[in-house]
Design a protein around this ligand. Structure first.
Ligand code: NAD
Length: 277
């Protein structure tokens, strides 16, 4: 018999092998939930599963590419053979492309849109209808970003995907309210994870000095465990949009109160990231 804030619940986390996804899986396990985890990286997925089991919770894992509709369909079939529906769906898997329009290839666009946007859509498309049919409510958490609140010339494609996640989450929240399914968009600022190493850097942003400045910025970022804590709270409190970290709160506040000041702050940050540009 499990105890904790999420005792008896089944929580699915995509991209659970590393960073925010792994921390979120462990945080839910500590609060009594059983986990369903997927990732493209089988080795890190196994490590995440071991961390969940160490909390005494059960875990189902599968190597899945969230950008593939066919892979997500068969993942959902397998999950629903064990559980009628998941209680909490965390669409976390994501990748970054750093660069402006002329640096970003169409292949980069397809890659980042496929994972960051269609991955989230696939999660909802294949798992939410079962939540509705079961009739016991539930919650969807989509990991967006502070880059989904303010556009940046460093992150043209990435920012586009995260704006899409924020807009999708807001629309979905209105759509699913009558089924007692809450929807949260989480908007973290800088978090110390592998996202930079796993991502693509283009043009001048790929030069060693720019890479080093970006590494230093991420090094000073908050922990993935902080994001996990905010996710658990957001599910309990049914919050719609949750900025995480001081810079994300500042961006969100400036966006609403002074978009011109926000643009000026961004320009300063971008100038620091690549002063030669
Ligand atoms: N780190 C940050 O500063 C930051 C800030 C804001 C938002 N985010 C968002 O947080 C989420 C998690 O990123 P993270 O920072 O923990 O990075 P991370 O690289 O540490 O973790 C991302 C995980 O997603 C997995 N993944 C990548 N492509 C996948 C695919 N096609 N299918 C399934 N899994 C896949 C990776 O293998 C990895 O385990 C992302 O959506 C990211 O955009 C991160």
């Amino acid at each position: 018999m499990s105890t904790g804030r999420f005792a008896g619940k089944v929580v699915l986390v995509t991209g659970a092998g590393s960073g925010i996804g792994r921390a979120t899986a462990v945080a839910f396990a500590k609060e009594g939930a059983d986990l369903v985890l997927c990732d493209v990286n089988e080795a890190t997925l196994d490590e995440a599963a071991a961390a969940v089991r160490a909390q005494g919770r059960s875990v189902l894992t599968r190597k899945v590419d969230v950008s593939s509709a066919a892979a997500m369909q068969s993942f959902a079939d397998e999950v629903h053979a064990s559980f009628p529906a998941v209680d909490v769906l965390v669409n976390n898997a994501g990748v970054a492309v750093t660069g402006g329009l002329r640096d970003t290839t169409l292949e980069d666009w397809n890659w980042v849109m496929g994972i960051n946007v269609m991955g989230v859509v696939h999660g909802c498309h294949f798992f939410v209808p079962r939540m509705i049919e079961r009739g016991r409510g539930g919650h969807v958490v989509n990991i967006a970003s502070a880059a989904g609140l303010a556009g940046s010339r460093l992150l043209v494609a990435y920012s586009t995907t995260k704006f899409a996640v924020v807009g999708f989450s807001e629309s979905l929240r209105a759509d699913l309210r009558r089924h007692r399914i809450g929807v949260t968009a989480i908007c973290p600022g800088f978090i110390r994870t592998n996202i930079n190493e796993a991502g693509r850097r283009r043009g001048r942003w790929a030069e060693p000095a720019a890479v080093e400045r970006s590494r230093r910025l991420m090094e000073r970022g908050a922990s993935p465990e902080l994001v996990a804590e905010k996710i658990l709270n957001a599910v309990e409190r049914d919050q719609g949009l949750v900025p995480v970290t001081k810079e994300a709160h500042l961006i969100y506040a400036l966006k609403r109160s002074s978009p011109a000041l926000l643009a000026a702050v961004w320009r300063r940050l971008e100038a620091w990231q690549a002063p030669e540009l």
